[in-house]
Design a protein around this ligand. Sequence first.
Ligand code: 3HC
Length: 696
Amino acid sequence: MNNPLCHVRYLCIETGIQLNVTDNNTLAVIEINSPPVNAISQQLRAELLILFQSLASQDLHSVLLTCTGRTFVAGADIKEMDTEPLEPHLPELIATIVRFPKPVIAALHGTVLGGGLELALACDYRLAVSKTKLGLPEVNLGIIPGAGGTLRLMNLIGVKAAIEFACTGKPQNADEWLNTALIHKLVHKGDLTEQALSFCRQLTLTESKQNTEADFSIQGQYIDWDSTEKRVKRLAKGVEAPALLLNEIKAIYSLGLSFEHALKRQRRLFLQLRDSDQAKALRYAFFTEKKNQKLATSTSSTRTINTVGVVGAGNMGVGIARCFIDAGMDLIWIEQTEEALLRGMDNLRKGYQSKITKGHMTEQDLDDKMQLVKGSTVYDRLAPCDLVVEAAFEDLEVKKIIFKALDQHCKDSAILATNTSYLDINSIAKVTSRPDQVVGLHFFSPAHVMKLIEIVRAENTADDVIKTMLALGVKLRKYPVEVGVCFGFAANRMYTRYGREIQQMLLEGNSIVAIDEAMTSFGMAMGPLTVQDLSGIDIGYQARAKQADKPYDLGYFRPSASMVENGRLGRKTQAGFYQYLASGEKVESQEAQLLVDNEAKKLSIIPHRLTAEAIQQRAMLALVSEGLLIIDEGIVNDISLLDIIWLHGYGFPRFKGGPMYWGAKLGCADIDEKLQLLRHQYSADIWPEVTLSNLK
Ligand code: 3HC
């Protein structure tokens, strides 16, 4: 605090809490300075509690609670959630603030989340810097607000709005809550603390103290519980916490419980969920993502990428172009013909137009974005590019021709990247005079939506090129994962192995529907055979044809091959593993099932029907086995990256952490036993020996 009238009364080095007093010792300012996000740890709770307890007996006018750094408290310290809860608990601190004899004012900025918002709600008044984010994201971690945040919001802004905050976990803009009991003043410019101090000084003692607990009143609002429950469940994507919280809210509402009683119930549920498997997996996913992003941005030895070139304006090219434009980068877009280029531009514009229709963007935003793009049919125009991404047809010879041209026309320092999903990048790099600057940038379709990006290190790719691409991945708001060269790299290679096991289970007499249902009930966003229909069964078929040196693959993939050979390519032909009605609705297909059964007969496969749980386990074991092989071969150097790949590339249920986390939870001994059994039943070719100790 820079106020010359202030006197520092207290400073705790460990927690960074500082107490200042001003205005003739009548205004106390508590400042939390606990980087990076002022997460409220046990130590911080203990310090704050002591401070409020000792200030209670002082002759004060009011207390201001504020934070330094990038944000107000962004939540309880998630790191502490894997250990026993330690006193003082957050509800105790909050109760002390609520009962504090003088008004307490919270000055908010940044991301006021979870326990941070609960802390702010305990205060009597809240000021916020414009655009501060307020949220109760606990459900994203498989828990519910544990310190009465939901109840206080119900009281302050109504049950409906509180449900939106607490059951969806989506943060909201503070500006939208100005002049409600949630936000009393917005700060558009100037110093937040200074303005909060003047706000405190203007408070008159008669109107100053609020009491959300004694005045707890939530009746009188119509809630359509059935449709709310449906929506909450749909958004939860299999996480149980949101629906459980909604149930609690409904009970509190319909039984007319007191604040105290309701708080006890919610605290009990919070503690129960905190130790659940879902919450543990979600915390693992949270910290794994953070670790990866930190690693990707932790190096300074990266090159500057200002202008990017994209070669190809097909579906992938459009999505990739959009990623760079959305990151505000200048783009030079190359296609073979004017017609193809215009088509690409048109599709790009259409994509943005649908955002405008939904009110997520303005015409001016679109104009600004299109200003960043310059299209051309000549490679010379790529001269200023720091990076060029090739997104042409998936054919090695085509790519080699393009890379020769790129090498010729791009400046010496330009990085040349290919978006291939299977092809050998080493042989692409060799046609250039700069193999050290050739790298794979494997985007997933649709590129502007999917968060995963594989950064493929070829034999000669320079370290700083990899680091630059990792940092670029974060800039594009994606999860970049470094992988080595092999057929399908890490992601598609694991996906192929998963698909192969699915096909084998089909051949063993497990129906199309049974397999899809087993995997969706496991939590996968879509059944594997529905996914094939959606992406086109012929795509995988053609890719596998290039890998014909592994004969067992062909046997394995006979169900898919049979679909292709019978013109059932998936949704695009209204027939694949399922039939598609004119309305787009998917229905079971006896014809498709018959084709699968015939293949099984031809291959003399002994039927082996499995329960849903056994189907799930076989599919997961295939992933774990391939993942461990990838680690053994050094294609990926950190096993948790394989979980990121599945969480962000293939709709793996976040509440299960990822396939490798799933394996680690089952334990090495159990996995070993199961893999040995499969090795014995099938072959060591399909279920090879792997280093199980890597599973951790
Ligand atoms: N606890 C512990 N560490 C946290 C944390 C938290 N609540 N929130 C963020 N961090 C850490 C991150 O792990 C990261 O650590 P690192 O530097 O060692 O990798 C660091 O803070 C910075 O985080 P980000 O890289 O994510 O920074 P951003 O600026 O991109 O985002 C954020 C900041 C929006 C606060 C984001 O980190 C976030 O969403 N955090 C989680 C917030 C949350 O879920 N809060 C609720 C917690 S549960 C709770 O409060 C229960 C209560 O009801 C009792």
